[in-house]
Design a protein around this ligand. Sequence first.
Ligand SMILES: [Zn+2]
Length: 537
Amino acid sequence: MEQTSQVFYRRWRPQALAEVVGQGPVTQTLLNALASGRVSHAYLFCGPRGTGKTSTGRILAKAVNCLAGGRGEPCNACDLCRAITEGRALDIIEIDAASNRGIDEIRELRERVSYAPNQAHYKVYIIDEVHMLTKEASNALLKTLEEPPPQVIFILATTEIHKVLPTIISRCQRFDFRRLSQADIVAKLSHICDAEGIQAEPEALRLVARSSRGSLRDAENLLEQMTAYYGPEVGLHQVQAVLGITGDWRAKELVKHVINNDVAAGIATINSASGDGLDLRQFNREVVEYLRNLLLTKTGSGEAADLTPEDMAELQALAGQASLPQVLRAVKLFGEVELGLDGYSTLPLELALVDCILAAEGEASIPRPTAVEVPRPVTAAPAQPAASERPVKKVRPAVEKAEPAPAVNEASPEKAEPVTEVDTPPPGGELEELRLNWKRVIEDAPADVKRTNAVALLRSAGVKPVDIEDDTVVLAFKYNLHKENMEKPENQRVAERIVSHFLGRTCRVRCIYQSESNHLVEAAKKMGARVISVEEK
Ligand SMILES: [Zn+2]
């Protein structure tokens, strides 16, 4: 993101402790100290960037020096207050320890610290990013803190307290600044918009706030940048465009399709996002983020997600339709999606989608142990009509209900009813080896192809080896889309290398599309049914 001129940040910097946003405990303690006249000679302000540390330091410098002397907030009207606000007060010295000049300035500080203030009552040193000081500079500072000259106040600020010398920390009064809440930031941004004549959509401000992760300065700079680009009207879509977030609604839509087990609609959403040129990596991040919020809602910890009431209601409705294992699996599968550097191939997203839904389907269709007596493997039980029919019937309803596949043949399951005998792989043969070890076959893929699309395709739950014809291994795909992808020469080559590697001989690979009802038969076979014939479609 471009550096902005930080006009808003400077113009809207708080000038009184009461104006510091979201740091109630800090500002209240400081006000109490001012009121009772117990001002420390060294403060350490720690916390994330943009949370008000140096602004608070400046206000404190004014408060202790204000000529109105009110023992509380500065008046912001007397000569000294104004000089400090305008950055021209000789006795208020701001040092950026992160800059190259830091060391020299600390050395200078050592020499000059004992001189009395010029005009002010207190000389105030504000040292920002104090953890960046070199060892020598830190030690020099420590010596000064050990023998604090009268009428000098040190205000040290840091984003990384663990890098500050413990001996320095122990000599300061420490205040922890918190990351600002989204609501705090939105309130301040709205105030700025009102005063600057900016028309901003509430969702736009919420997105600005959310993306700035608790840093008011970042949020103010982003708002300023938005108005510099787009003028005084700031809409949600403009913020999304600047942040590179464009697929917000489609990410939610995809999650809904996952929960509804709707593969066809899910694939359509992914392709619509891709077709509009979205960065699919960003799109996937949003899908995962939304799934994460769904998971939090499902487990009753929705508050942790810092959501608007509208988002919360939407998520609660969706959570009512989803099972916890379903959401968990979706978070995991989409969280593991690895999109290529270009971020434009839709395949990894499609695979995650299909895997989610196949797994949900598998859950629904696996009969409970008490419901079906699963016979021992086929070889032990030849042609028993009871075994061939019963499991098929148990499987069918659940699978039908899920209806997940696009372009799946509408053939009724009756057509797949066993008719004549078909070979099952002989035990101990190459095909059985491949089938039983299919996961390992893929895991053992040569290192240079492990992260290819082909491997992602092979890993998908809808793929399995179904036959070996001489030196050709036949792979069945549940989705035609995946089959067609695998048939691309570069993917086919990878598949052939992987299979050859496992079988220890050079093999070719042929891909076929095996429709849903055939998978039904497969499921029945897994449970011991003997399939006699499968109608070709
Ligand atoms: Zn004053």
